[in-house]
Ligand binder design. Structure first.
Ligand SMILES: C[S@@+](CC[C@H](N)C(=O)[O-])C[C@H]1O[C@@H](n2cnc3c(N)ncnc32)[C@H](O)[C@@H]1O
Length: 512
């Protein structure tokens, strides 16, 4: 596998998790390329981790992620020396389109060692054609938008296809890519045409992972995968393309004989937020803009019911009762967490067994990145109201349901990403969450914890759980950088299911 625009490595983590009956990995990441130095550090660390079989990762890894030894001490540790050397060749910090193409090609050529049966994966950055990016950039300067290099970063992905002709490629992107136009032309149509015929004597079938139709009959929307249909505890709609080199497609009988088996299985039951977060220690949030202490925080939480005075009566009583109950619960919270919280993580029957197997690592002995943010007093009141409303009314309120006293007086919203009325959003325990996007690094209002007794937004680990990163996945950087990496990724558990399809395809007999 070669992974371009690799981010923190969600896509390659999923593929790498495809194992045979003996637990041996069926895909090896040969090169992954990421320009952001912090995301690259995450990628490098995970690459070291993956050099060891499940359960055999040296204890110095755990010492490092728990903060007991420094990164330098970890990297110098004899138990991981060889793994670190290999990982440095695999995870490359480079900017595609800027780093000389010859350098990139040399890494890939050397890594492939003449192999032709390999998979190219990756998600060229989406900013210019994500809905958010589009209105932001367009609003400012149309010409700049038209010329924006990010718009065309997929051509770097295309260039690698032209140069190395992988047997298969998997390309992920935001749904906004389907509607975006440049100089009046639909970008998606252009991208699809380029991918189908990258150069003379090289062509690809571009299939969908969710809809089977005869070649040429797929509509753009058929390429959209809804992650919550496939066991991911999050509503996340993304375009994912499945490219197969035409000669390989023609030679693989299974593609015609059993096309349905190369589609993702749609599950009838969705996984809710509470199941995904089960077993994580409860935490209180903290106060910002004034000194924080347990007493000051609970004092602020206790004020929440005052916001309801004079407000409409029909649901007020329910919410007041809920507030009273959950304030008592909040009084019992003792900690706001830490980069590593020592704990026994035992979700019991609240989390399905397959997810326990996926998330948990008993060697970790606790929870990483589980530290709450600080919130303004007025936001604590909004969180308490919104989560009690959701707990009693069984749906998440938007600003139209808020009592006037809780409406924000000035609105500082990233309107393109999150609609104004959804400025504050409680995640409902029984349902998949809303999409975890990189905006979560800016503030947590859109990601309010369903438990009013914690009165807070989600921690980075909770966001990582919704994105299905295993608990032992460590994100480098400060908390803001961690949130950003998490929001950017493909959910690894979804990527694993895609990897299983690709493995089935690649190992199906081919006509000579
Ligand atoms: C949407 S994220 C990819 C997520 C990844 N597929 C995953 O599953 O974790 C896109 C990444 O591309 C990186 N990127 C943007 N421009 C780049 C460039 N020119 N070269 C390399 N990486 C780039 C960004 O820093 C970002 O981490």
């Amino acid at each position: 596998m070669i992974d371009l625009f690799a981010g923190p490595g969600g896509l390659c983590e999923g593929f790498s998790s495809v194992v045979d009956g003996n637990g041996a990995r069926r895909f090896a990441v040969k090169v992954s390329i990421e320009k952001d130095p912090i995301a690259h550090r995450t990628l490098l660390l995970r690459s070291i981790f993956r050099k060891f079989p499940k359960g055999k990762v040296p204890s110095c890894y755990y010492d490092y992620v728990r903060g007991r030894i420094s990164r330098e001490q970890f990297l110098a540790h004899p138990a991981i020396k060889d793994a670190a050397e290999h990982a440095a060749k695999e995870a490359r910090c480079a900017e595609l389109g800027v780093t000389p193409p010859k350098e990139v090609d040399d890494w890939i050529r050397e890594a492939l060692g003449g192999q032709t049966d390999w998979v190219l994966i990756g998600g060229p950055p989406c900013q210019a054609y994500s809905l958010a990016g589009r209105s932001r950039l367009r609003g400012k300067d149309v010409e700049k938008f038209e010329a924006d290099a990010k718009h065309f970063l997929y051509t770097e992905y295309l260039r690698i296809i032209q140069e190395f002709a992988p047997a298969v490629f998997v390309m992920e992107n935001v749904k906004g890519m389907l509607n975006s136009t440049n100089s009046g032309k639909r970008i998606f149509e252009q991208i699809l045409a380029d991918l189908k015929a990258p150069r003379d004597h090289l062509s690809y079938e571009v299939r969908s992972f969710v809809v089977h139709k005869a070649d040429g009959e797929l509509e753009p929307i058929d390429y959209v995968i809804e992650a919550d249909d496939h066991g991911i505890p999050q509503s996340r709609h993304r375009v994912i393309l499945f490219g197969i080199r035409s000669d390989v497609a023609a030679a693989t009988k299974a593609l015609k004989e059993r096309p349905e088996s190369f589609l993702l299985r749609k599950l009838t039951k969705k996984v809710g937020v509470s199941a995904a977060l089960a077993g994580l220690p409860e935490l209180r949030s903290r106060l910002s803009k004034e000194p924080d202490s347990k007493e000051a925080w609970i004092g602020a939480v206790r004020e929440s019911p005052k916001a309801l005075t004079g407000w409409r009566l029909s649901v007020r009583k329910d919410i007041e009762e809920a507030m009273e109950k959950f304030i008592k619960k909040a009084e019992r919270q003792t900690t706001f967490g830490a980069p590593f919280v020592e704990a026994v993580v035992a979700p019991g029957g609240y989390m399905p067994q397959n997810l326990q197997d996926w998330y948990l690592d008993p060697k970790l002995g606790g929870v990483l990145h589980h530290e709450t943010r600080s919130h303004m007093r007025s936001d604590l009141h909004r969180y308490m109201f919104a989560s009690c409303f959701a707990a009693t009314q069984k749906y998440a309120p938007d600003l139209r349901n808020f009592p006037p006293k809780l409406l924000p007086d000035h609105v500082n919203v990233d309107e393109e990403t999150i609609p104004f009325k959804d400025r504050f959003r409680v995640q409902m325990g029984k349902h998949p969450s809303s999409t975890v996007v990189a905006h979560i690094k800016k503030d947590g209002h859109y990601y309010i914890h369903p438990d009013p007794g914690q009165c807070r937004s989600l921690t980075a680990r909770e966001a990582a759980r919704l994105q299905t990163f295993p608990d032992n996945y460590f994100f480098e950087g400060n908390r803001t950088e961690q949130y950003g990496q998490i929001g950017n990724a493909v959910p690894p558990l979804l990527a694993k299911q895609i990897g299983e399809i690709i493995l089935d395809f690649m190992t199906s007999p081919r006509r000579r």
